[in-house]
Structure formats: structure tokens, C-alpha cells
Design a protein around this ligand. Sequence first.
Ligand SMILES: O=C(O)c1cc(C(=O)O)c2c(n1)C(=O)C(=O)c1cc(C(=O)O)[nH]c1-2
Length: 247
Amino acid sequence: MTADLWTDAELERRLEALLARRYHHLHPFNARMHAGQLSPDELREWVASRYYYQQCIPVKDSLLMAKLPEDARREWLTRVQYHDGPAPGQGGLEAWRALGRAVGLGRDTLDTHALLRPGARFATDAYVNFVRDRPWFDGVASSLTELYAHRIMPVRTVAFETHYPWVEPAGLAYFRSRATQAGVEASGALALLRAHTRTHEDQRRIVRAVQFKCEVLWSLLDSLDAARPPAAARPLTGQHLAAEVGA
Ligand SMILES: O=C(O)c1cc(C(=O)O)c2c(n1)C(=O)C(=O)c1cc(C(=O)O)[nH]c1-2
């Protein structure tokens, strides 16, 4: 340990301050969603684009697990199990499919990425690549946006109930589940990082990883918030791409 280390409280204060300024709850698209200003199609595109993010989370966690120390690996496995569930038809990803059904999107539309915005794919892939290519310490740190995620879930749930009554209530279960799960995950990640922090530079790496992750989440919403051009000029979706390669 070196004398110039921030205390735990100071590190958390810095992360809080960063997230309060840069987390995606402040993004104009999220603000419009929570204010009830999204059209049904915009809401569907968000659900479809975020589905790709949800699919990739257990993939990045599996890549991360391969690098973790033994105790941490056992702990991190629960994240993969949370999303994949103990059996088909269960788990977090299935809960997101239920959200898809609740907004009128079938599994086929989600799985073919027909409505996935290219920018949302690039942002998500950047997160997976970051975790794959960097040391596990940075990968774990990049999950710390979850320090804030659990706080916006209750806000989002109420926003959906209030402003989008056409969305089947059963579809909101995922948000409710994350309201507790994200906090548990963030505390576990922080504890693991603290146990392996030796230098001030380690602490700065944590902050930089959270900065990066804020940009991932921000970019994902940028892709959805782009000006809405006429259909012919709209960004390519999975459906267009599949048609072009003759699938
Ligand atoms: O809807 C959201 O605002 C939101 C944000 C985040 C986040 O902060 O990365 C995650 C999730 N949801 C989520 O559902 C989820 O499973 C998740 C996993 C992770 C991660 O970095 O490992 N973040 C998030």
C-alpha cells in the first residue's frame, strides 16, 4: 500500500460524482423515456437495442471469469447464472424477452436484431472487447456503473406504469429485479477491487474504467436519439443487413 491512496470513502465519492455527471440517466433519450415522450416505435427500438446489450452481458462476464482469481470467479459465476437462468425460459435475459413481448416485440424480432441500431451494436461490442482485452481488474471496474443503475430502476418502473399504460405490466419484472441485483453486484465488485488495490494508479484505473463504461452507455443511447430521417435514409437494422446478404 502507498501513502497517497484515496480512502475507500474518497474513491466512492469520486465515482459517485462521476456517475452523477455522466451516467446515462442524464442522456436526452433516457430523459424523454422517463418523461413519457417516446413513441411506441421509439420504445420498441430501445428494448430491441438493449436486448443486444443484455445478450452480451453474460458473454463479457464469461470472458472476464476466465481471468479472475478463484474466489472471485465463484462469485462472478452468479452473474452469468442470473442472466442465463437455471433453465430455458428463466433468468434475466428471459425477463428482457418478456419486456419485449410487453411492448409488442416477438422473440424472432429480438433474436434477428431486426431493430438493433448499428451504434448500439458498436457500443456494446466495445464493452465486450474492453473486458476481453484488458486485465480483469479493469473489467471488474467497468461494471461499477451499476452503483447507479439500481437507483434508476424504480424511476423507470414508475415512468413506464405512468406514461406507457399500453405496455403489459408483466414486462416490468426485469426492472424490479435489477433494483436489488445491481446494488448487490456493485458492492461485490467494489469489495473485490479494494482487496486487490495496491497503488494510487490502481484507483485511477477504476475511475478510468467507469469513465469508459459511461461512454458505452451514452453512445448506445446516442444511436437511438439520432434525428429521425425518412425511412429510406434511416440507419441500417439487422433486417436490412440480413436481406443484403441474402439471408
Ligand atoms: O438499464 C440500465 O440502466 C442498466 C444499466 C447497466 C449498467 O450500468 O451497466 C446494466 C443494466 N441495466 C443491466 O440490466 C445489466 O444486467 C447490467 C450488467 C452490467 C455490467 O456492467 O456487468 N451493467 C448492467
